[in-house]
Design a protein around this ligand. Structure first.
Ligand code: NAD
Length: 370
C-alpha cells in the first residue's frame, strides 16, 4: 500500500515525539511492505516565527492533498504575548475547521504494567476501557462574538456557545455508532440544568437513541461526570460530549492511565483526511530535554493505520510493541512512578522500533518450524 501522510510537528516536544512516530511508521513500512510518503508542514509557534501566521495556506494544502495528517503539538511561552487571533493555538482550531474534523476520539485504556503509575487505587483503574467522543468544531471555542467589549461604560467580555442542531446530531450519532460496536453503553454529558444548548443536546440524544435500541443511553451532568470519572471510571464505555466539556474531561481521564504522555487521539472528518495527535500539548517544561514520552504520539500513528488506512494487523503490531516495552519495565520520567530509572525519548522510540521488528523475526522463526 502507498499512502501520503502530512506531518505537522509543531512546537516543543511536538517535534521530538513526531520524529518517533515517523521512525515507527517507517519500520511498519519495512516490515509489512508499505510505502509511506511524508510531506511536512508548519503549524503553531514555529510557523509564526517562519511565516508570520500560525497556519500557512501551504500547510492546509499539504494536509488536504494527503491521505491522513499527523500532528505533534503547538504552543509555548515564547508566543504567550502574541495577539489572541494569531496565537499558535489558533492554527490548531483553524486546521480542525479547514479539514472539517468534527469529532475527536480519545480512547483511554488501562495498562497492567503501569498500574503503579496512576495516582488512583489499582482496584479503581484496573480494567478501565473507555472512549471519549468530543465535538471538535463548534461550541465555545468557535462561537462568535468572542471578544472584549464595553457595556454601560464597564470593561466586559463575551464568548459564545453556538451549535446548529445538525452539528449536535452528527456527533451524537457517531457516539451511538461507536457504542454499538463496543459495550453498548453511551453516556451523554451535558449541563442541561443550566444551559439551553445542553437541553437541545439532551433532546437530540433522546431522538437519536430511537435508532440504536441495543445501546443503553444515560445522561450525566458534566460536574457529576468529572466526579464519576475518578470515583468509578469502569462504569463508562463511550462518553459523548461537546467541545469544552470533552477537552476538560479527557485531560482528567488521562490520569487514570498514569500520564498525558500515554494518550492518543483521532480527529475524524466525514470526507477528507483525518488527523491524529497525542492529547498532550508542547510541554515547554521538558521540551528539548529528550524527556518526553513518545507513546501517545506512536499510538496516534497506530490509530491512523487502523482508521484511515484499514491496516488492522499493522496497528495491532505497533500497540503490541508498546505493550512489550512497558512490560519489560522501560519508563520515561512521566510514567516512572517509584521506578528508580527512566529512559530518554530516543531510547523509548528505539526500543519500541526494535520490539516491532523483533515480532517479525520471531514470527519468521515460528513460520520456519511450522
Ligand atoms: P501540556 O500537555 O503541554 O503539559 C502538561 C504537563 O504534562 C507538563 O508537566 C508536561 O511536562 C507533561 N507532559 C505532557 N506531555 C508529556 C509527554 N509526552 N511526556 C511527558 N510529560 C508530558 O499542557 P500545558 O503545559 O498546559 O500546555 C503547554 C502548551 O501546549 C500551551 O501553549 C498550550 O496551549 C499547548 N497545548 C497544545 C495542545 C495541542 O497542540 N493539541 C494541547 C494542549 C496544550
Amino acid at each position: 500500500m502507498k499512502k501520503s501522510i502530512a506531518v505537522l510537528p509543531g512546537d516543543g516536544i511536538g517535534k521530538e515525539v513526531t520524529k518517533g512516530a515517523i521512525e515507527i511508521l517507517e519500520a511498519v513500512g519495512q516490515r509489512f511492505g508499505h510505502e509511506f510518503e511524508f510531506q511536512y508542514g508548519e503549524i503553531g509557534g514555529s510557523a509564526i516565527d517562519n511565516t508570520g501566521t500560525p497556519l500557512p495556506d501551504k500547510t492546509v494544502q499539504v494536509c488536504k492533498n494527503s491521505d491522513a495528517v499527523l500532528l505533534g503539538a503547538v504552543g509555548g511561552p515564547k508566543w504567550d504575548s502574541v495577539p489572541a487571533h494569531s496565537r499558535p493555538e489558533r492554527g490548531l482550531l483553524k486546521i480542525r475547521k479547514e479539514l472539517d474534523l468534527y469529532a475527536n476520539l480519545r480512547p483511554i485504556s488501562f495498562y497492567q504494567s503501569l498500574s503503579d503509575s496512576s495516582p488512583l487505587k489499582k482496584e479503581l483503574v484496573e480494567g478501565v476501557d473507555l472512549l471519549i467522543v468530543r465535538e471538535l468544531t463548534g461550541g465555545l471555542y468557535f462561537g462568535k462574538p468572542s471578544e472584549r467589549v464595553t457595556k454601560d461604560g464597564e470593561d466586559a467580555v463575551v464568548d459564545t456557545l453556538f451549535y446548529t442542531k445538525e452539528e449536535i446530531r452528527k456527533i451524537i450519532e457517531l457516539g451511538f455508532k461507536l457504542a454499538s460496536q463496543r459495550k453498548k453503553k453511551l453516556t451523554s454529558v451535558d449541563k442541561a440544568n443550566v444551559l439551553e444548548s445542553s437541553r437541545v443536546w439532551r433532546e437530540t440524544a433522546e431522538e437519536v437513541a430511537k435508532d440504536y435500541p441495543d445501546v443503553t443511553v444515560e445522561h450525566m451532568l458534566v460536574d457529576n461526570a468529572a466526579m464519576q470519572l475518578i470515583r468509578n471510571p469502569k462504569q463508562f464505555d463511550v462518553i459523548v460530549t461537546e467541545n469544552m466539556f470533552g477537552d476538560i474531561l479527557s485531560d482528567e481521564a488521562s490520569v487514570l492511565t498514569g500520564s498525558l504522555g500515554m494518550l492518543p487521539s483521532a480527529s475524524v472528518s466525514k470526507f477528507g483526511p483525518s488527523l491524529y495527535e497525542p492529547i498532550h500539548g508542547s510541554a515547554p517544561d521538558i521540551a528539548g530535554q529528550n524527556k518526553a514520552n513518545p507513546i501517545a504520539m506512536i499510538l496516534s500513528s497506530a490509530s491512523m493505520l487502523r482508521l484511515s488506512f484499514g491496516l488492522e494487523e499493522e496497528a495491532a503490531a505497533v500497540e503490541k510493541a508498546v505493550e512489550q516495552v512497558l512490560e519489560n519495565g522501560l519508563r520515561t520520567g512521566d510514567i516512572a512512578g517509584s521506578a528508580s530509572e527512566s529512559v530518554t525519548t530516543e531510547k523509548m522510540i528505539a526500543e519500541i522500533k526494535a520490539a516491532l521488528l523483533d515480532q517479525e523475526a520471531i514470527s519468521n522463526i515460528m513460520g520456519a518450524y511450522a
